[in-house]
Design a protein around this ligand. Structure first.
Ligand code: TYM
Length: 337
């Protein structure tokens, strides 16, 4: 069976969003909008797999919604909503955790990274996290999932879960969703360490650019970003062993929409003394209007809540019948709902 194309993606409101979230996700989501049906979710139930201060979680969820809107997501064109508002996610999450295998979960690198040496002490939810993520995607029969590189393994696991469900129940029910990982910034690295991903949870604020940073802070963080003393080569091939330099060139390319090779060619022979101010100017030019729109939206949280509740109704209308069918396929008596 061919499934109608539908895009689904999600972002955790577990902290302020970063330039990595913008280039790896939000900017690309906005580019997809209008081409196919797009459904975007603030995954607050994923955020609580590690403890969150309740008041801050509410604030961060609204702030993440503001980031979507400020990045160009139009609630009339896309479905934008909060995961916990739509019960289909937790319900299908349970059903799919009965399909997924423990061995599959044990291979998840994000779990291993987050659990570290203390895997016995983390929440059961952190371990089951990828089954809930599979439910997010499959409750909408989504066919395409735009994500950064770090989420590829989870989307591949979703395919495995969908295939096992279809196989075990002898149906062709769920599509096998494809990860969509495109562009120059699918893995934006830390500004302090070119071997680490830029992350909202990094203890060093200097490692990332937050979408709430003002122009001076952005320029200062780029000025202090770790680099080397060599000039830029004429193409990316010359940056093979220079991860920090490669990262800054990729960020520049993603911000301006050029290829990384074109950015190298333009700065060939110049050092970071020249490159960094140019990058800061581009970054401020792109991010400042977004930050300003976010701030304006955050001044009216009731309006954000209204947009999210309307989005949840639309999300529920898509997901509830799909999950009802999945229940029937698995052998539950159709209940009154
Ligand atoms: P999260 O909240 O960590 O990140 C949200 C999105 O931003 C991308 N991203 C990055 N891209 C490039 N460079 C970076 N440094 C960077 N950091 C983050 C992520 O790849 C992601 O696309 N498990 C997911 C949330 C989720 C989800 C889903 C995603 C829950 N359910 C269903 C897609 C579909 C997560 O923690 O993303």
């Amino acid at each position: 069976m061919t499934h109608a194309p539908r895009i689904f993606s999600g972002i955790q409101p577990s902290g302020g969003l970063t330039l990595g979230n913008y280039l790896g996700a939000l900017k690309r989501f906005a580019e997809k909008q209008g081409q196919v049906e797009t459904v975007f979710c603030l995954v607050d139930l994923h955020a609580i797999t590690v403890w969150q201060d309740p008041e801050r979680l509410r604030q961060q969820t609204r702030e993440a919604a503001a980031a979507f809107l400020a990045s160009g997501i139009d609630p009339a064109q896309s479905v934008l909503f909060v995961q916990s508002h739509v019960p289909a996610h937790t319900e299908l999450g349970w059903m799919l955790s009965c399909v997924a295998r423990v061995g599959w979960m044990n291979r998840m690198t994000q779990f291993k990274d987050k659990a570290g040496k203390n895997a016995e002490a983390v929440s059961l939810g952190l371990y089951a996290y990828p089954a809930l993520m599979a439910a997010d995607i499959l409750a909408y029969k989504a066919t395409h999932v735009p994500v950064g590189e770090d989420q590829k393994q989870h989307v591949e696991l979703t395919r495995d879960i969908a295939a096992k469900f279809n196989h075990d129940y002898g149906v062709d029910f769920f599509p096998l969703p494809e990860p969509v990982i495109e562009g120059a910034a699918t893995r934006v690295m830390s500004l302090r360490d070119g071997s680490k991903k830029m992350s909202k949870s990094d203890p060093s604020d200097a490692s990332r650019i937050n979408l709430t940073d003002d122009a001076d802070t952005i320029a200062q963080k780029i000025r202090k970003a770790r680099t080397d003393a060599d000039p830029l080569p004429g193409s990316m091939a010359g940056l093979k062993d220079r991860p920090e330099a490669r990262n800054l060139v990729n960020i520049h390319a993603a911000l301006t929409g050029e290829t990384p090779d074109a950015v190298c060619a333009r700065f060939e022979g110049q050092g970071f003394g020249a490159f960094k101010p140019a990058l800061a100017e581009v970054a401020v030019g792109v991010l400042s209007p977004i930050t300003a729109r976010m701030n304006a939206l955050m001044a009216d949280p009731a309006e954000i809540d209204r947009i999210l509740l309307a989005g949840a109704e639309r999300a529920h209308a898509i997901a509830a019948p799909i999950v009802a069918d999945a229940r029937e396929i698995m052998g539950m008596i159709r209940g009154a709902r």
